[in-house]
Ligand binder design. Structure first.
Ligand code: 6GU
Length: 273
């Protein structure tokens, strides 16, 4: 997958050299490119914003600068082949695909605009985005990006536009959201997680429950013992205990998730503990 991040603070994204995402990049599983939006300005001051029409506080990012930058990063050069495509004649798309040939579907490109007024970014959204060929993250600052940018690219048949929010609080710009989106999506890409089993059991997965509490050595710490069942060696009892803990925790912390549970996600032994 290719991911492009456009920002006026590229250094915010330096953390994507670290850990799993960094390794995925070095292993060639993720082609992640961070761009400085100011590279598309032409004035001496490298201006990206201006005052809002209609008045009010703050500044708005200019659509013309964003348009030039987005046109460049959305240009058809060197996308990794879409999932399922057979490599033919090199690493880039076969020309026939770019020309709309029958061999391969058009690449799926998603323009993501982080904003506190977007749709909530969830695990389901991350899973959907993990199937795209290219994600472009447009990180706004100030009062946001001129609304015509989302409208213009939303009207293009070759790009999907999604405005996404992390939650109900206000950040200073889209950079932290870009870190969140890249990490949440990258760990779902084939080969990125050392142990893909980690994807199966986790919170916000198919179980619809939060994760149960976990423990390791030492068996007593700060006067606190590890729950006895976990050292019993009884796999059935361990599994039941973990399930109970997940249910109790979810009921207490996230009653909304319990309310949304499909009855098929409950087993016969599930009960109010
Ligand atoms: Cl995606 N952006 C900003 N600026 N603030 C936010 C957010 C995004 N999600 C929650 N708050």
């Amino acid at each position: 997958m290719r991911i492009d991040v456009l920002t006026i603070f590229p250094a915010y994204l330096d953390a994507l050299d670290l850990s799993l995402v960094g390794k995925a990049r070095r292993d060639g599983l993720l082609d992640l490119r961070v761009h400085d939006l100011r590279d598309w300005t032409t004035d001496r001051h490298r201006t990206v914003d201006d005052t809002p029409f209609g008045g009010g506080a703050g500044m708005v990012m200019r659509p013309d600068i964003w348009g030039k930058a987005l046109d460049d990063v959305l240009a058809t050069e060197s996308l990794p082949a879409p999932a399922g495509a057979t490599p033919a004649g090199g690493l880039d798309h076969p020309a026939s695909a770019a020309a709309g040939g029958l061999d391969h579907p058009a690449p799926r490109r998603v323009l993501l605009v982080p904003t506190p007024s977007g749709d909530r970014f969830t695990q389901a959204v991350a899973e959907d985005l993990a199937g795209a060929d290219q994600l472009v993250l447009a990180c706004g600052r100030y009062e946001g990006i001129d609304a015509r940018v989302a409208e213009h690219y939303g009207a293009s048949p070759s790009v999907e536009v999604r405005e996404v929010s992390l939650g109900d609080y206000v950040l200073n710009g889209g950079e932290v959201a870009a870190l969140v989106v890249v990490e949440a999506v990258a760990r779902l890409l084939p080969g990125v997680l050392g142990n893909p089993d980690s994807l199966v059991e986790e919170s916000h997965g198919a179980a619809g429950l939060l994760e149960y509490p976990v423990y390791t050595k030492p068996p007593v710490w700060a006067g606190l013992e590890v729950p006895e069942v976990l050292t019993s060696g009884h796999h059935g009892k361990v599994a039941r205990w973990r399930r109970d803990q997940a249910l109790v925790r979810t009921a207490r912390r996230r009653p909304d998730m319990v309310a949304a549970l499909d009855p098929h996600q409950l087993d016969r032994a599930d009960r109010v503990v």
